[in-house]
Design a protein around this ligand. Sequence first.
Ligand code: MSP
Length: 542
Amino acid sequence: MSKVFYITTPIYYVNADPHIGHVYSTMIADCLARYQKLSGKEVFFVTGTDEHGQKVEQKAKSNNKTPKEYADEISQHFKDCFGKLDFEYDRFIRTTDEDHIQEVTNLWKILRDNGDIYLGNYEGWYSISDETFVPDASVIDGKDPITQEECKIFNETGSRVIRTKEENYMFKLSKYQSQILEWLLIDNPIIPEHRNQEMINFVQDGLHDISVSRKRTITEWGIDIPDDTTSDILKSNDFSPACEKGNPSQHVIYVWLDALANYKTAANVIGKYIFPADIHVVGKDILKFHAVYWIGFLLSAGLPLPGKILAHGWWLAKKNKQELAVKMSKSIGNVIDPNVLSAKYGNDVLRYVLLRESSFERDSEFSEENLISRLNSDLANTLGNLVMRCLSKKLNPTGLVPKPPSEQYLNEIDNNLIGSLNKTIKKCNELMQIPDIQNYLITLWNFLFEFNTYITDEKPWALIKNNPERFSVVSYNMLEILRIVALMISPILVNTSKKILDFLNVQDRRGFHLLKYGLLEENHIINTDVPILFEKVELDKK
Ligand code: MSP
């Protein structure tokens, strides 16, 4: 059975509605999934929501809802938003799904039966916002991001930490230190490269065992520990499935072990070879959970390790003009609603701008001014004009594709353009294998400039009147290269690509063999007079 290309996104906490930062992770994965499909591969793409834990429990309570009611509501908002953005995922997983609860329970039993789980105690700091235990060395004085009260915060995220002392089940992460290190050193699995080094340093500093349960007295909203030996009769107004069954455990499984296991649950598709992930897309803030903890759990369970982990930077935004841009987040109040931007500018513009403006190496600042300037220059001017020229009625009066020119009719200028096209296809493919979407777009747009220059220099509007033989060559090149460009933009500009290919009346849209000059046939019928693809926006009229 051949392996399905498996791509995942983080699953999102259901404590607040989606913002640009969230949809960005799923957008990257959607783009990579579409590229793999374009290349002809079978793909399985999973996204979803992370619903258990103290943070969601507290948020539900403050909204006078049960955690499940609250999770149902917010999870639906994510699903609706991803639907509006046309993400083409194969499963939207929720950690409250029955098969997931079963998978997590099984995984726990495997880790436990391997002797990797033991009962211990944790005394130290906990960040509810990040659902993470924070070592003393990472705690600094700061201000609560919501109330501005002076308090202790986690230096990596700025979230408030609280002191806790709890009995926990622990996982023997330290036992896997050398295997994790070896994987990081040999496979170099993390993109960008400097993040691989960060993880190597982290592991080399020494791995400690980690807590993998929370005491039910602290949070009840989680999956029960199977056969919890510490169990006694609890008097709780409990939400967990096991309690409903009258079999409460004193602990629930730590939300990160629960969440990470989603990648295994989703891959349990009968008749398909999906697991492990070829690529996990995550934000840099949750890299350690994926590159170290998840790997430890997999090694303990004897499961194969993922191919790559792509850790992207954050979207920053200003709360108001005077302030510096900081990580977009609901609690800070600088979030941008993807639903609003998609309704205002369309999905393709949003996708292009988010993917073009951000490199995975660094954080990026979001502003509507930048969006508009990219829309006007790259989309309306460069791509929009190119398409209008290629598909104009004036240049295609018969609506029929001319004969593919044989070599003797191609001059040096044509050959340069075709050579450049072939180099672009090759380079773009290499970039997507890394993956590096920003440079994919930069490379492709450099080619579009060349393509536009070719048309300007060759003046087909003059050739059609005074040199029909040469016109036929230039016209063929314009239509055929446009076909290939339309395929290459398809992972990013999904709708625009469809429109262009519909106008070109091209049905074959899947497979790398299509990225080859010379496939459009003579007398193939096309539609002309394509409507304006991207309307320019005046900056002050936004
Ligand atoms: N539930 C965990 C992930 C579990 S995966 C097994 C979680 N959820 S989250 O909702 O807080 O974040 C989900 C993703 O959104 C993370 O990859 C995070 O980096 C990303 N982003 C949240 N805010 C962001 C920005 N402002 N910018 C870019 N991405 C950020 O962590």
